[in-house]
Ligand binder design. Structure first.
Ligand code: AMP
Ligand code: MG
Length: 348
């Protein structure tokens, strides 16, 4: 299949006549799948009511069919078309954080969406993205749009249209290019089916942000570490991984360099995933920077591009600096842990 490419040259005009968006929206309406930017990462969208469109998403990504998708809408009100009920605290979260990088899981209305979107669960994950191109596309398509990240399953999520093409060229109908995404990590996923919100996947909206609005919140750390529960089947899969094995290491740049030296002495080519602050301390086959340690939002933004960049290098192993797991750092460490398959190098 030929993958169309639409470049958004004037984002201010996007809600007016915009032939690129119209063409992409028409394809979605017809049941095709197209990639588009959101404020988190690029998504791969298809009609959430149509089995055949949802099947195409799973097929293009090579995604296991028991990993449910997030449904994207362009208007807060549409949540009631999809949800059977929305608790009061979830309404408050929606009011506060939509459009934005927060996904709510609520009981679903029966018979509205393709069963494949929700992988047979009786709940649905919903989000309204904060990106003019995404909102214009969903509005013009006029349907709820199921959209996981637009990468091959297991790879880091795409933060540029080029990443999307690297993974999915020839497998999808098209990609809307509006430059690099903002947050750089996927949305915070919050289970809103109980008495208070529970964070299943950390993201740009933090547990503290959620607690401030909902009064009480918790994070399901078991889920993030142990990787298996009926509540979120998809969370058990490995994600975000570069081709070479990745290890996380705490401690100073000097101690990380000592480990690099040790592995090099064994004949290995070593990569380091580094912060700008520590770059001068490293001598390795590849040193790739993900952002400033002093500004974790820059690390969130740069992380996936950096992980992907290691695939251009011939390294046998990668050591990633650890970051403080606070605020957006919780999301960064969650993704790094998954990319590393939870492998840590102990600091002696
Ligand atoms: P992605 O689409 O790749 O950003 O991943 C979406 C995440 O949301 C996955 O980890 C899914 O397992 C999770 N998810 C989607 N729908 C549900 C749901 N109904 N219940 C629990 N988790 C969900
Ligand atoms: Mg994904």
């Amino acid at each position: 299949m030929e993958t169309k490419y639409w470049f958004v040259d004037n984002i201010e005009q996007i809600h007016q006549h915009y032939p690129q968006i119209k063409e992409a929206a028409d394809l979605i309406r017809k049941g095709e799948v197209v990639a588009f930017p959101t404020e988190t990462v690029y998504g791969l969208g298809g009609q959430a009511k149509l089995d055949k469109a949802v099947d195409k998403i799973f097929e293009a990504k090579g995604r296991p069919s028991d990993n449910p998708l997030i449904v994207h809408i362009a208007d807060q009100k549409d949540v009631d078309e999809l949800a059977h009920s929305v608790p009061v605290y979830a309404r408050r979260l929606i009011e506060k954080f939509w459009p934005g990088p927060l996904t709510v899981i609520v009981p679903k209305k029966a018979g509205v969406l393709s069963e494949r979107v929700t992988a047979g669960l009786d709940t649905v994950a919903i989000r309204m993205p904060d990106h003019p191109a995404a909102l214009a596309l969903i509005k013009q398509a006029g349907v709820p749009v199921a959209a996981p990240s637009a990468n091959r399953s297991g790879k880091p999520s795409p933060t540029t249209a080029q990443h999307v093409l690297d993974d999915l060229s020839g497998r999808i109908a098209g990609v809307v290019d509006a430059g690099e995404t903002g947050v750089g990590l996927e949305s915070t996923v919050v289970d809103c089916t109980g008495d208070y919100p529970i964070v299943l996947r950390p993201g740009g909206v933090t547990e503290a942000d959620i607690e401030a609005i909902a009064g009480k919140a918790a994070t399901n750390t078991f889920l993030q570490k142990q990787e298996d529960t009926p509540k979120a089947p998809g969370m058990k899969y490995t994600h975000y991984a570069p081709e070479a094995p990745l290890y996380i290491m705490e401690g100073t740049a000097e101690s990380i360099q000592r480990k690099v030296n040790e592995w090099q002495a064994e004949g290995k080519k070593v990569g380091v995933l580094a912060s700008w602050e520590n770059v001068p301390f490293y001598k390795a086959e590849a040193v790739i920077v993900c952002g400033y340690r002093s500004d974790l939002t820059s690390v969130a933004k740069g992380l996936y591009g950096a992980l992907r960049a290691f695939n251009e290098e011939s390294v046998d192993a990668i050591i990633a600096e650890a970051f403080p797991a606070e605020g957006v750092g919780a999301a960064i460490m969650n993704r790094l842990e998954k990319a590393a398959g939870h492998k840590w190098i102990s600091t002696k």
